[in-house]
Design a protein around this ligand. Sequence first.
Ligand code: COA
Length: 299
Amino acid sequence: MAQDPMQHTGRETTQDVVVELQDAILTITLNRPAKKNALTDPMYGLLADAIERAESDPDVRVVLLRAEGDLFSAGNDIADFSRLAEQIAGHTAGGGAGQSADQAATGTVAAEPGGPASAITGQMNVWRFLHALAACTTPVVAAVQGKAVGVGTTMLLHADYVVLAEGAQLITPFVDLALVPEAASTLLLTQRIGHVRAFAMFALAEPLAAEDAVATGLANRVVPAESLLDTARQVAGELAAKPAGSLTATKHLMRNAEALAPVIDREIAVFTERLAGPEAREAFAAFAERRSPDFSPFS
Ligand code: COA
């Protein structure tokens, strides 16, 4: 039988994120397959809106996160990263407020609260999404096929039930992009799989295969690609039939959202500083030019 790894819903739309409520399940679909579901800031805005809706709309009992195409998500849109880096650099050109002589010399910028970079990043939807997801008490089921890269993987650390298609891989190449991990993953991934494995994923971009993700507690099960969506829907349906108050209270007790928020903020500050630096700009240029980056000029 021919496989349909894309698990199409049959819906035609040009929206990059599609949100549908049916049978108390709010399905959020990443729908930018031509760009491997790379996430832009407007997409994060739609994702944040959807998660905030799940928390406030009593008709929503479960969130189902999925993606169209052969791959769950290629992570943050690197062209967006590049534009943001230029914007921050422009904002701080000539030594903006909060920029030290050392930062001016190295091309990094102050990202501490109130610093010039935070004035820009504080407005960004990605941080609203990450905070909303970390604080979300509605159960989140995720269905993942192909690769989940960067934030495509780190967002899964906030899901409560993760179904992977056979052959799926979790990849977090933050250091290869001269960045640092986000979404509280420096804490959560380390807690889940231990320091050395988390370090290898972050620093060496070692992919975690689907079976290993289950073995290490990052996912619940691996299923054939053609049954990925049905399996995730079945789990979401089971959860939707449970007493919602008890379910959200259980999740709230299990997750320490209050402790995660400062971790997310601390990561954001360093992430922003790295983003606007020369190493990251080399990494983004290399991706755009489809070549290997050369970090040798930077100390
Ligand atoms: N940001 C922006 N565009 C991206 C992207 C990203 N993160 N990932 C993929 N794309 C784009 C490609 O530029 C290409 O666009 P084009 O068709 O206009 O040239 C298109 O999506 C298809 O990507 P391609 O690389 O040809 O697909 P692939 O199946 O060979 O490889 C990936 C898929 C995900 C392995 C590869 O695209 C990749 O490594 N992407 C970068 C992942 C990353 O580092 N993300 C950031 C993590 S912090």
